[in-house]
Every structure is written in structure tokens, then in C-alpha cells.
Write a new protein. Structure first.
Length: 128
């Protein structure tokens, strides 16, 4: 079996995607479906980021923005913790990162794990 076939077997067959010009309200409507945990945002076929319920709460509701006029391209994100969670959920060690059709890097679960650990404050001395 070729490596391409194995990679395809591990992919989500047709992830829910919306254009960056779609509204936060539209993403929110999709996220009410029980089997949809994330909406992938693309602009002209290029991956821009991810919208989750957490993104909508933080970037729209808590920020006091209007979900009907807030474009997904304004709030789509891929923070480190969500990137790590994505790799964990898909049991992937690495995924390629493509920008404008060019490979710009590889997102690695082990590197993300180290980076997230660096962002965590050390425990207080009395807990050591």
C-alpha cells in the first residue's frame, strides 16, 4: 500500500468548510449540529484557519461583535492548543502546512507539546 493511500485513509473525508467571507452566524449555525466540532475556513481554496464554538464565544460574543457582520476571515485562527488538539484527535504526528500552494513547514505534535509546556507557568515552589 502506498503512503498516499494510508494518509487518505486517516483523513476526514469531507470536512465542513466555509469561505472567509461567510459570517460568524453561519459558522455558529453549523456548529449547533452535534457531529460538527469545527468549521474550516478557506479563501479561494486556501486554508485560513479554524472556527470552533470557543472561537465564536471569545471572538464574537465576549467581544460584543455582531455575528451577522463579523466575517470568518476576521476571526479564523489556529492557536497552538487547537493545533495540538487537532493532531491528537487525528492521531497524527505531523501535518504539512501549505501557503499559496507552497509547502512552508510541518506542524509537529512533539514540537507543539514542548512549546505549550514553555507557555505554562512553572508550579509554585511549595508544590515542588
Amino acid at each position: 500500500m502506498s503512503s498516499e493511500a494510508r494518509a487518505r485513509d486517516a483523513m476526514i473525508p469531507e470536512p465542513l468548510t466555509l469561505e472567509g467571507s461567510a459570517s460568524a452566524q453561519e459558522a455558529g449555525q453549523h456548529l449547533t449540529e452535534p457531529d460538527v466540532r469545527a468549521v474550516y475556513v478557506c479563501d479561494d481554496g486556501r486554508f485560513v484557519g479554524v472556527i470552533t464554538r470557543k472561537t465564536l464565544v471569545r471572538e464574537v460574543v465576549a467581544a460584543g461583535r455582531d455575528p451577522r457582520s463579523t466575517g470568518l476571515d476576521e476571526i479564523a485562527e489556529l492557536p497552538l492548543d487547537e493545533a495540538f488538539r487537532f493532531l491528537e484527535e487525528h492521531d497524527a504526528e505531523r501535518v504539512p502546512v501549505v501557503e499559496d500552494g507552497r509547502l512552508v513547514g510541518v506542524l509537529s505534535r512533539s514540537v507543539l507539546r514542548r512549546r505549550l509546556a514553555e507557555d505554562e507557568p512553572p508550579p509554585p515552589l511549595e508544590e515542588l
